[in-house]
Design a protein around this ligand. Sequence first.
Ligand SMILES: Nc1nc2c(c(=O)[nH]1)N[C@H]1C(S)=C(S)[C@@H](COP(=O)(O)OP(=O)(O)OC[C@H]3O[C@@H](n4cnc5c(=O)[nH]c(N)nc54)[C@H](O)[C@@H]3O)O[C@H]1N2
Ligand SMILES: Nc1nc2c(c(=O)[nH]1)N[C@H]1C(S)=C(S)[C@@H](COP(=O)(O)OP(=O)(O)OC[C@H]3O[C@@H](n4cnc5c(=O)[nH]c(N)nc54)[C@H](O)[C@@H]3O)O[C@H]1N2
Ligand SMILES: [Mo]
Length: 779
Amino acid sequence: MEKQFDHEWQTPQPDGSTIFRTCAWSPPGDHPVGCGVELHVKDGKLVHVEGDETHPITQGRLCPRCLALKDYTYDPKRIIHPMKRDPAKRGQSDAWEQITWDEAYEIIQEKVADIEQKYGREAIVVYGGTGREACMFYYPVAFSVLNTPNLCYAQSGWSCYGPRSSVADYILGAGYPEIDTGYFPDRMDNPEYELTEVAVCWGKMPLWSNGDGFFGHSLIDMMKRGTKIICIDPRVTWLGSRKGNMTLQLKPGTDASLALGILNVIINEDLYDHDFVDNWCYGFDELAERVNEYPLELVEKQTWVPADQIRTAARVMANAHPMCILWGLAIDQNKNGVQAGHAILSIMAITGNIDVPGGLTVGDPSVRLGHWCTDSRQYLSDEIWEKRIGVDKWPAFAATMASTHPDETLETLETGIPYAPKMAWINSSNFVSATCSDQNQRWYKALLPMEFTVASDLYMNPTIEGLADLFLPMSTFAEHDGFVIPYYMSNNVWLGCMAKAFSTGDTKSDLEICYEVGRRVTPHANWSKYNDVTEWLEEQLDDEPLLPFTWDEFKEMGVYFPPMTYRKYEKGMLRNDGEPGFNTVSGKFELYSVLYDAWGEDPMPYYEEPTYSQVSKPELAEEYPLMATSGARVSAFFHSEHRQIAKLRALNPDPEVEINPVTAAKYGIQNGDWVQVYNMFGKGNWRARVTPTIDERTIHCQHGWWFPEEDGDAPNLYGVFKANFNLLVPHFNVGNLGFGCPAKGIMANIRKVASLEDQNEENYQQVPPVLIENHGRIY
Ligand SMILES: Nc1nc2c(c(=O)[nH]1)N[C@H]1C(S)=C(S)[C@@H](COP(=O)(O)OP(=O)(O)OC[C@H]3O[C@@H](n4cnc5c(=O)[nH]c(N)nc54)[C@H](O)[C@@H]3O)O[C@H]1N2
Ligand SMILES: Nc1nc2c(c(=O)[nH]1)N[C@H]1C(S)=C(S)[C@@H](COP(=O)(O)OP(=O)(O)OC[C@H]3O[C@@H](n4cnc5c(=O)[nH]c(N)nc54)[C@H](O)[C@@H]3O)O[C@H]1N2
Ligand SMILES: [Mo]
């Protein structure tokens, strides 16, 4: 088929090198934004990286992580051969031994057979992290490769994307919706597209994060055409401070109250879209009643945002057409986040901005590339699927998430109830240590007794050093073939081709590992039927009528935009039965959730104060007078990745805590001083960045820190417990449906310390691995 725009896969150069054009996804770290890169390759080696100006979305722009790909690829610390280690020597960095892939596969085969025979395959748990390419394969790794129902994303309350996707599913009947930035080959110039008048970045900072497939700089393209931005954030960001834009600087964790306050203004000032509400919404009267419980004076008290600012923002949002809210991670990392998300989507619905040009696009369910991910479940019997850990207590969670419940998984590891996991497969997560878990030492201790642990990664990290017995070395996106699927198939507005440009060492992709291991250990599943992974890639395209091209043709195309249709709810394109409306129980957008009602949850959005705040715990207010938030993204790093790449580390050499100058002065802290941040759960040290962009009552800590330059042996494990915000975050601070955690809103205090090493008498280094007792369930 014809290409949709000018693209050349390979361009030979006069000096004998070749320029390859491909779409990036991690590894190394990135969400599926599919940034267009030009890889200059000579004699099979990467010599230079540029942005691809012919890429229709990124148009030549790249972040520093892609620009540092050469350093990342050839760093001597990168692991490019499989390695094994005696389980008795976990935590010893010099005990690894290089092996071949055949030996690695043999070990896996033998161990899986042994675990199966002794305990059953459900004793294997696969641990996966955020939306890298691996996340499209970790469900297959569990279901069709290892044939276990237990795939675990370990962050407490599945607090990333899972909550937002589930809310969208429950009340909108669709996958995670995102702002429309013109998903046509000619993008915003297409006559069907309309420019968003006002875009609201709500707990999301896309310029640094480019979350889940959305290229954040599209907002800059839109601002150049006239879009105005409202930021809802405890920190004033670059976007929020541009002329004509505005920031509502809220107290962390109070988003649901603010959203209800905004709804109050829109409904009581009659600023809503009557036509959309009358025809396509369910439960408006109940919502109108509920918002009256949130007068702006109360909302101001709860959120710290002045009432007149809330009123102004609500009016601007309601009067702008189209308007779109980009809702981010702060909605997930909040036990009240399901309600915040419900209220935010309700603002979009009643202002008539769902699935309209320039509004919030709803995924077209007929564009399905990526369905291999969930299809892999067919290879599990119903009997073994029933053994999925911890979901029986969380029916709402079980309805939308094909994984274990993270908090329950930790308790199962600790107690052996209902059965004891015995083998771990760590796939794309450095979770035990730096990032994707809370109360990290509990996870570390709970995983130490595994009989066998495999990890696949590109570099050594604290989790693998502390726990693994087998290391499978991975290829970067530039070193293998694959698809880039923004929004992980829930909203396939465009698709990217990842075409191999060169290779390094003995590295393999997640797909190649699935193929090789799957054929060996689960022959009844699909992997045995292909002769190589290219056949598998071909089949994915063959299966999709809306993707009329072969794998080889796709390489030459680079990017493909499937047909884009707006207002699909009017055309019968969203419901399984083909009728107009939304794919929900009521057939409408549910301002009142029928499902929540069935699950015993309040069917309407409501506000709940963070569990650990000065308001909820007045007795601790003096001891912990500040609200801490964490993990706002920076361009140098993707979570715990990239700390060993000198060029990137130079951009952000130390873990940082942002403190307002007034607060800093009160504590005698100067810019650049080391500061201990602590609360009743834990502590760590960060370097002060004193800045007026953060509220006086709030501090912000970076996440994901470890120090590849430090001693890797346990208990130090590359210093991973020295500046680790997740030690301050408890487990089981989830909402009624099983989602959320307080990583973006928890009480804490600060004190000046001498250095990173100055951790006080209860130094975590001296008493590992377990420092926090099991707090159990805290509601
Ligand atoms: N305090 C605090 N903590 C947070 C957050 C926060 O905001 N605040 N954010 C949380 C969120 S939203 C998330 S999603 C988690 C993320 O947490 P994780 O996903 O666990 O992120 P990393 O710690 O970077 O671990 C990923 C590992 O996978 C490797 N890797 C990269 N790409 C691939 C690949 O394609 N295949 C394989 N096999 N390996 C790969 C990397 O080298 C790295 O070692 O962190 C959470 N932690
Ligand atoms: N460079 C880089 N990009 C990344 C990642 C990375 O590690 N590095 N991680 C990826 C992952 S897994 C994810 S989930 C996304 C997340 O990306 P985003 O959804 O953009 O989330 P964050 O960057 O965590 O936070 C966004 C903003 O929320 C603000 N915020 C903090 N607390 C609150 C609160 O309580 N309420 C509100 N309204 N705002 C709050 C922060 O100050 C910050 O400016 O980024 C992805 N992209
Ligand atoms: Mo995430």
